[in-house]
Design a binder for this molecule. Sequence first.
Ligand code: GZL
Length: 321
Amino acid sequence: MRSHKLLFSVLMLLLVVFGAFAVGAQDNSGAGLTIGFSQVGSESAWRTSFTNAVIAEAEARGINLLFSDGQQRQENQIAALRSFIAQGVDAIILAPVVETGWDEVLQEAADNGIPVVIVDRNVTADESLYVTRVSSDFVHEGRLAAAWLVQATAGQCNIVELQGTVGSSAALDRQQGFNEVIALFSGMQIIQSQSGDFTRTGGKEVMESFLNAVDPSTICAVWSHNDDMLIGAIEAMKEAGIDPGQDILTISVDAIPDIFQAMLDGDANATVELSPNMGGPAFDAVVAYLNGETLPRWIPVAGGIYFPDTAAEELARRSGS
Ligand code: GZL
């Protein structure tokens, strides 16, 4: 009698195990899935770290990742999404260069039953066209940057602003957050603002134009939507005989290794962190969706603010990322 009970228990266990596979339950890692990843481009060191982190995470999970570098052009990203759809991928991960213009291709993915996860920047498309978004809070990053600058200058500062890519949610939201805070202090004002497109070259060229447009001695700080543009601006300031981080304070976003080196060189004062590690949460979201789970509309990634006092250890910790 006991042997019959044991046999029954073993059979029940096997049914449960095979049953789980029969209803299509996904391995929690996503192993075996084919996922298309449309990346903005390679415009900044942070973007490269983000790309490398996603690729490494896919490899670690046994996910077949189809990667496309959009070279900062939306038409390239839309073409990549259409290619992923034609190949019948299991899911798409999209890091959109700008907010608008995605509705049609996202509808095509939906029509083909391919779930899309938005990562990093946002889209204005109907939320029903993607399953969730994994990102930091850009508005918070702008507020944090402004709050530091207010306290560093006692609320008295003429600021020049290096904006990110025109039409990108990162630039729009960081600008919104920063402006909300400085609006509370009559002594804080932005006297020049222009896009450097998130690149070092762009940051240098725009900073050079700022230094020609106004008396550099009237500039208290440079607020840059990312570290790469600030690195370029630091070159421009040095070439103009200005001591960056001293004569003109600096605040930027991303926390890339080079900004910590700039801090150690005395050229930069503060950076707001943007984690590049969004691959894991994005792949988890794909697996959860394919397993029939309901996802939140937004899966946040957090970041702090860093200063020269911890630059050496942060540089060591982040080098190679
Ligand atoms: C923000 C991201 C921005 C980075 C830049 O999440 O989209 O794009 O801050 C990158 O470095 O170009």
